[in-house]
Design a protein around this ligand. Sequence first.
Ligand code: ZN
Length: 1022
Amino acid sequence: MRASWLYRSVGDAGAPAVIGLLRPGHRAIVTPLTAICAKRWSHDYSDTVMLPSTEFPDRTAAIKVQEQFLSVISDQVYNWQKENLPENSLFILHDGPPYANADVHVGHAVNRIIKDMIIRYQVMQGRRVSYIPGWDCHGLPIELKVLESLEHGKKALQLTPVEIRKLARQHAENTITKQMSSFKEWGTMGEWENPYKTMDSDYEIRQLEVFRSMVNAGVIYRRCRPVYWSCQSHTALAEAELEYAPQHRSTAAYVKFPLLIPDGLVRLVKEQSDVDVSGKPVHVLVWTTTPWTIPANKAIAVNPDMTYQVVYSDAHGVLVVAQSRAESVTDDLGPMRVLAGSIPGSALTSFGYTHPLHSNPVTQSILAADFVTSDAGTGLVHCAPGHGMEDYLVCQKYGIEPYSPVNEYGEYDATVPAGLEILIGKSVFKDGQSTVLNLLAEADALAGVNSGYQHKYPYDWRSKKPVIIRATAQWFADLGSIKDKAVTSLDNVDFLPESGKHRLQSFTRERSEWCISRQRAWGVPIPALYDSTTGDALLTDTSIEHIINEIKKVGIDTWFAEEDDITHWIAPEYREERKSYVKGKDTMDVWFDSGTSWTLIQEKYGSLREKGKNLVDVYIEGSDQHRGWFQSSLLTYTATHRNGKAPFSTVLTHGFTLDGKGRKMSKSLGNVIAPGAIAWEKYKIDKVMMQPIGVSGLRLWVAQNDYRTDISVSVESFKRVQDSLSKLRRTFKYILGNFKPTPYFTYERDVPYGELGPIDQHALYSLYELEKSVKAHYDNFAFNRVVQAVNKNVAELSSSYFQLIKSRLYTDHPSSLSRRTALTVLAHVFRTYTSVLSPIIPLLTQEAWHHAPCCVTGQSEGVFSPFVSGWYETPEEWNNEKLRDDFLQLSNIRDAVNDGLEIARKSGNIGTSLDAGVVLSTEPGTTAFALLESYKAHLAEYFVTSEVNVFTASADSETTTAYRWSSVPKKLTILGSMMKTTVVSPSRHKCPRCWHWNAKKESEVCGECLETVKSMHGFNAP
Ligand SMILES: [Zn+2]
């Protein structure tokens, strides 16, 4: 029974049996004592040998076991810190709300776990944290999802806005419930009981208040102007809702507009080429990639600083083109002869032209514009101010109104110019465009068409269809007055990566206005009333205040309801008998929704923030949010504050998750992996079946990646995680196992630093180094470097220190100083590891903590978690640089010794390293000799050999021959001196208890063992 108990305990103990690499090429041939002792100690000495034993489970296979600690590390720790850590230390990580419309994917896990590591580190540092998870609930995708899922036969058009809103709200709620349960499963902590949702009524009210103060600041206006428009969703789109397709194919066309030719030009042509063009048709030639916008042409732009020429082509007649574009135009349209050149663009602006398709043509103008370049086209640009941003801006200067005869479905409407009624109802992308081209050809105004012109073109990011630009009456925020303030406020914001600052600044600078209205039912309304007769909008401080109060009273859905009498929405001072109003139907851009989420933090913590500090400590989201949430937060905050600050102190971004082949994860590629599967179930990566790695594995995987760039989900990266996780688990198990109380001794107190031997002190130095470097990495949010540093330390300790103390731990007297010093170091390792690892893998550290007696944690019983204990700051006393330098040399010597041991093992002279002795020799009087002398007493233990003798170089050759066998000496240079290491046979006999060759006689225990056994058993020792 005894033997089998021992055997099992050996298996369970799982002491770091892995013999780690000391250095590349140097294998420590230290065999764990536990692995070999069991057979030998089955009777005589087994009860005096203290093998590790602990309840701490062995393998991560029992992943589910960890579930019992989930609520401890999330709810319990979060609530504890909220109640116990000082209020004035508050650290706020403000959650960028994920969209409440999808299943969770690995990207969510990366985002959530990074956030969690950040706040957990802060708690370890003794700071109170606030993390209120949020959800972005409004907007088109949810509306569409709801409409798609309607029961068979029920049409979207049959639903009222109120009905749509009800379904959308339900959908968002359901998604939030599902997402939240996943987020919690990943061991992330926060205010789960009290998240924020952009559809909460208090949220909506705060958002409307932000809108109101922006109205009061005079930055909100309504204007008919071109906006990006989705013909699928029938709504305006913000730039952040666009994706650019690099290979989009458009139909490009050369179009001729009849020039009203002035006498001056006739004379010029006559002078330069003796051709008379008076009374003959002369055309200005334009090139466009959106021929469907030709009916809406209102002007032609030229660059006043470019030079133009009159050319003649047999096929197309007399044309005006830019000199710099003539060659390219000739390539497309055939040979051309120059009739007159050197005409400055500025001269053309006095000319007029007419529209070739209008039945009642009027004279239109040629305008000067800087955006005309010699890069493309003809150097003359067709301007449709209702269908182009630049066109709009240049026409606005000349008082030309935007004109857009296209409806929300992307079809021509009844406002088409006289003569073009045939276009009504036709799609601008399909038959509408082809009809325009046919009409142009009939009018002899089409000089050339290329139906496969490839270029970059904006798409609606939701419907994945090309957008159009269309002028409609929309609400805008004028960014002209805000953006300078916003950009300047970023000077005091830290960005990681640093390039984020420039990105956010330049994206913000690029924008002049923000189209904030959308034509949807599921959102926060723009609280405007419109005069039923004139259509004029009523949007004043008083009217908004009144509407906000009314929403508080009757609920926001009522705004969207059909009401017979809407008087209650009109502020009393605007109620006039002769006037009637209608409620606006526009909702706000969802970026405005999420962009005002800082109001929650302001309301909750505004008064707590120290003066001079920005509202929130950290914003962190995916790197696409420089155009999205970071920017809308910055703009709404700076628009409503005069403190010159940004809402955040630090902005971090993380990359996206890619599969092993570097492809984005998507359903269509079939490479999506659910984070839940990684943690709990089997899953496939690149066709390889993978084992679950638990929540700790998932978190460690997130941490080990450099999240600043894209993160790939690869077989190799998960194997690495499994490997480091099991090493960590074995380490905790090894440490805990050695603290099991014996009948002779219970560990109660750490041995003071000064009483430790140099090997123990050196182990503490490595912990000191680890703790300080890890702290710096955490401060820089570099979790991958934390993982690297810990892995390195684990490898070092488990391959050397943990091996060499086994003798002391297992066979020295339980209460001996040598054993207690080893335990002291192990306790410090435990405290340091649980401290540095808790932000990353809190489940594992909590589990280890749970199994650790107070003497190991160094804390009283009531300290239920490493988070309560706080950061384990290693004392300055441990920072012994002399020791570090000495051990650098000693480890080089050890490498040489290990080489000799390896040879001795291969030649059959030894089984384990304890079967050998070592002879070291060097010149007397050297620093190297002094080093050996001063560590002489510790070298056998350090090398895990039975003895070490130090000789001067001259004495050595005589002495080594005295051994039964010796290896060929290995030479190396230490501190400038030649040193020789020789592995030799030990001079004494092997002790059957401790395996050291310390016994005076064959088969007898050594003196130390005898004393130990006597003391443990009285004098009845065998
Ligand atoms: Zn012994």
